[in-house]
Write a protein that binds this ligand. Structure first.
Ligand SMILES: NC(=O)c1ccc[n+]([C@@H]2O[C@H](COP(=O)([O-])OP(=O)(O)OC[C@H]3O[C@@H](n4cnc5c(N)ncnc54)[C@H](OP(=O)(O)O)[C@@H]3O)[C@@H](O)[C@H]2O)c1
Length: 252
């Protein structure tokens, strides 16, 4: 199979940083598949992109629904035959500002369903497609909120942030990144696995509005996706098991 064309799947691609990643990578010549849990929202986003001359494909993909993930993998297998890059971008927070002593278990579980179990399910089901490429990349959109080192650093911006469910789920996704990267390397598979911290970015994340987030110091979306775009477009596929942001390495 000729796998020269770069085919990239972005989960949660219909808005926020995911949409900008879809847009930028399409503009840079990749064939990008937007994963959207809601097909209507996905179609509307694809239409808006096409009005600016940007082409992207669409697949229904709810990372919390194993049947949806299996169907998306099946559709991609039939339509494209392989994947070059998987960007696990879909994420959400359900326990913002709840104290660890009081955090609701339902919220904690929801944090893990999307940010950890969903990410693992998508990755496992897309791996057979990624293995068909001569070199492929898994990019997990994590957060500095998942860094235990920074949570203990009084000088860090995230020192006072509390969302223990979200933070634990991102920390768990970081460990999955490390362990999967090691497994791929040990098996001599040309698949790199890395985690990225976008920084605090002005989207609708956590129910905010981009305007409100900006007032609180959030950076533009273009800043938040810069490291992901750099990694996704780098011809070099050596770095693996890293956790980085625009400024460099992030402490695990
Ligand atoms: N914004 C920040 O400050 C910040 C900081 C650090 C890390 N991050 C991480 O960056 C990533 C993107 O965040 P964002 O700021 O772009 O958030 P956002 O604007 O809230 O967008 C989240 C995206 O995820 C999708 N999504 C939610 N639940 C899903 C599910 N079950 N299956 C598939 N997709 C689902 C949403 O789709 P719907 O439209 O259907 O809801 C939306 O497309 C997340 O992983 C987040 O944890 C964000």
């Amino acid at each position: 199979m000729n796998t020269n064309e770069i085919i990239t799947l972005v989960t949660g691609g219909n808005r926020g940083m995911g949409l900008e990643i879809v847009k930028e990578l399409s503009q840079k010549g990749q064939r990008v598949i937007m994963g959207s849990r809601n097909l209507e929202k996905g179609k509307a986003a694809i239409t808006r992109l096409s009005q600016t001359g940007i082409k992207a494909d669409l697949v229904q993909l709810d990372v919390m629904d194993p049947t949806s993930v299996s169907k998306a993998a099946q559709t991609i297998t039939e339509k494209y035959g392989y994947l070059t890059i998987l960007i696990n971008n879909a994420g959400a927070v359900f326990d913002f500002q709840q104290k660890p002593s009081e955090v609701k278990l339902t919220n904690l579980r929801a944090d893990f369903e999307i940010n950890y179990f969903g990410l693992v399910d998508v990755t496992q089901k897309m791996l057979p497609l990624l293995k068909r490429s001569s070199k492929s990349k898994i990019i997990n959109i994590s957060s500095i909120m998942g860094s235990k080192t920074e949570a203990l650093n009084p000088k860090a911006n995230v020192y006072h942030a509390v969302a223990v469910g979200y933070q634990s789920a991102k920390a768990a996704a970081n460990m999955y990144t490390v362990q999967l990267a090691k497994e791929m390397s040990s098996a001599n598979l040309p698949i790199t696995v890395n985690a990225i911290d976008p920084g605090m970015v002005a989207t609708e994340f956590g129910g905010a509005t981009p305007e409100l987030a900006k007032k609180l110091g959030a950076k533009p979306v273009s800043f938040g996706i810069a490291r992901t775009i750099e990694l996704a477009t780098s011809p070099n596929n050596q770095a693996t098991a890293t956790f980085t942001n625009t400024y460099g390495t992030v402490a695990w």
